[in-house]
Design a protein around this ligand. Structure first.
Ligand code: ATP
Length: 362
């Protein structure tokens, strides 16, 4: 029997609702697949921890996470704490500290979910967005001086290293090669950003030579937004810098039906450190504590976690159950136009997972 140690970090807002729901799902999977076992450790880091200790997570927190096989994360954000403190003090600290440099965001229109795109068939939108996750616009380099004075100055420097760009582009080409269409779009802005993005383009062409089977093209980030809306089927795997991919993937999530469905994985592909899995959405304080949070983004993130752990049959079983649930409008939460609650969706998922396999296929 394989036992995986999972670190649970619910964080803030609806993270405190969707992560316990995720734990329920993992427990249900274990009862259905006796060869699989999970041990959980809870970490109460986030806004409340900050109010008590003055930091979002303790300094030895990364050491504690390193001992786990994977991390399941909720969200970081608090209406009473500046966003740059919650983001840098928790999520980015973990991503950068554990060198989770490849962030992947699968996007598809699940059964029963409507897209706001009028002429888009579900099969037209099946993307894998790859986000550079440790440097670029989020490198944290910059400063602020003469605050409050007329000559106040502030900078945020986007730092790109050859090693960092090479490894994310190679990761994206490899991923594109493994997908049926073998199609990669490299997002750029080298017309305006004439140093780092030009290097990014050059490295893309160099790495492309290693992957002759992959058809690839280049698209400016502004043009990419229009292409996602007007010609979704022309895209498959998409790779972009930290900030560009952040924006494009929120658009992708909205086009696929709701921010509440979208999953993401922060991967350390070499597996030196544990990887982290989380729904794309943030803390959503407006709906917190009301049972309105759609937990599907968390459940789909667990699918990515199981795939990363090599548990492909459990991952497949869970994805089938998710698609079964999204296909039923009575199990749609408010973001999808329905009345179901977080517990309704979670219990329906658990019932499917603990039922015999043929019921899921039915
Ligand atoms: P943060 O500052 O932490 O990024 P936010 O509230 O600004 O959080 P999101 O949490 O990403 O941003 O969400 C934007 C809106 O989308 C929310 O206000 C909420 O109404 C809706 N939303 C997000 N996630 C979900 C979800 N899982 N279920 C239902 N609605 C959601």
């Amino acid at each position: 029997m394989k036992t995986y140690c999972i670190a649970l970090v619910p964080g803030d807002g609806i993270g405190k609702e969707v992560i316990p729901a995720g734990q329920r799902i993992l427990d249900a999977l274990t009862s259905a697949e006796p060869s699989l076992h999970f041990r959980f450790e809870h970490f109460d880091w986030g806004g409340d921890y900050y109010r008590r200790h003055g930091v979002m997570m303790p300094s030895e927190g990364l050491d504690a996470l390193r001992k786990h096989d994977a991390i399941l994360f909720g969200s970081a954000g608090d209406p009473n704490i500046p966003d740059h403190i919650t983001l840098w003090g928790l999520r980015l600290k973990i991503c950068q500290g554990l060198d989770q440099y490849a962030n992947i965001r699968p996007t598809r229109i699940l059964p029963g979910i409507d897209t706001p795109l009028k002429h888009c068939k579900p099969e037209d939108l099946n993307w894998m967005i790859v986000r550079e996750n440790t440097e670029g616009e989020y490198s944290g380099v910059g400063g602020r001086t003469h605050q409050g004075h007329p000559l106040e100055v502030a900078t945020d420097l986007s730092v790109m290293t050859r090693a960092g760009v090479e490894r994310i582009l190679r990761f994206a080409f490899r991923l594109a090669q493994a997908r049926p269409r073998k199609l990669l779009t490299v997002i750029t802005k080298s017309n305006a950003q004439r140093h780092a993005m030009v290097m990014w383009d050059e490295i893309a062409a160099q790495v492309a030579a290693e992957f002759p089977e992959v058809h690839w093209d280049k698209e400016l980030v502004d043009a990419a937004t229009a292409r996602m809306v007007n010609r979704p089927a022309s895209l498959d795997t998409i790779v972009a810098t930290n900030l560009h991919a952040d924006i494009l993937s929120d658009l992708a999530a909205a086009l696929a039906g709701s921010l509440g469905i979208a999953p993401t994985a922060n991967l350390n592909p070499e597996r030196v450190y544990p990887s982290m899995f989380e729904p794309i959405h943030g803390s959503a304080f407006d709906i917190m504590g009301k049972g309105l949070a759609n937990p599907i983004g968390t459940f789909w993130s667990i699918v990515l976690m199981l795939e990363h752990l090599g548990e492909t049959s459990a991952a497949h079983r869970l994805m089938l159950a998710i698609e079964h649930v999204t296909a039923n409008p009575r199990l749609h939460t408010r973001d999808l136009g329905g009345n179901a609650t977080t517990p309704d969706v979670t219990e329906a998922m658990c019932a499917l997972l603990t039922a015999r396999t043929h019921r899921i296929h039915a």
